[in-house]
Design a protein around this ligand. Sequence first.
Ligand SMILES: Nc1ncnc2c1ncn2[C@@H]1O[C@H](COP(=O)(O)OP(=O)(O)OP(=O)(O)O)[C@@H](O)[C@H]1O
Length: 291
Amino acid sequence: MIVKKNILLVLNPTAGSLNVELVLSKTKHWSQKLETQLKVYKTTGNNDEGKIKHLLNTSTYSRILVAGGDGTLKMVASVVIDTPIILGILPYGSANGLATSLAIPKDIDQQLEIAFTKDAMDMDTILVNDVLCVHIADMGINAELIYNYEKTASSGMLGYALQVIPTLFKSGAPYDFKISINDKVMKEKGVLLAFANAEKYGTGARINPDGKINDGKFEVILYKKLSIREILKTFFKNWSVQKTSVATYSTTSVSIGCKKPVPLQVDGEYIGEFKDFSAQINPKSLRVAVQ
Ligand SMILES: Nc1ncnc2c1ncn2[C@@H]1O[C@H](COP(=O)(O)OP(=O)(O)OP(=O)(O)O)[C@@H](O)[C@H]1O
């Protein structure tokens, strides 16, 4: 008797750009073709994490395919972190930060081929103030922008762009940062300080050109200045800031103290305002199928 591999599809029916019927029928088709046993779990927004943990306790799954946005992906990642289970990404959110950095294609059949059949990359994750970060976290002006965007009913990139100017008017930036890396302490002023595991934001803007998601390190990137023009340019793929206004440190951990509370966002989600920050790498902690 052939024992079929168990595959779990976690699908968020409310995610930004998801066509539920299409994803379901294509995934079932690939599962039949590859002779796997498919279980579908549709999220409800109500204790999905607990219900997925329960499914994993009752059967052994070799892969979990995640159809949704960054929120759904993070929720599943937090369940499978430090386990051998491989994640397949079907990116259908309004912004798909990790998928952009991993160059997951737009075509559903190509996505499913990767998710079902390709080998896993063991990627690093970061813990930022005890919050799991798979992609990029930052403190300062971008987190203020995300906070203002989440407060309004607007959606999509335009809604986000419209918040740039009002955010800059109200902003608490520049901030005073005391950055401690190993035994070195640096006092710097800046408008944005990022903890970058990946190379690019979901928009495609390359914040961390030398960043590798599986090198056991992350980059602390300090933007000393950012003009309105430069912030607007972060919406475009070919964005790069002038080297003179940026300082980059590659590390496995950092702690940061601020004189006043600074807003923090992790993987596109606003977390809150803090005076003290810490970030540590969790090397090779998440297995993701890539091309
Ligand atoms: N059936 C559901 N009904 C309502 N909300 C849901 C449901 N399933 C999941 N959610 C909510 O969806 C959110 C996660 O959405 P996700 O991030 O995947 O998509 P998105 O918001 O379109 O994408 P992005 O994060 O890329 O902007 C969570 O807040 C979760 O609670």
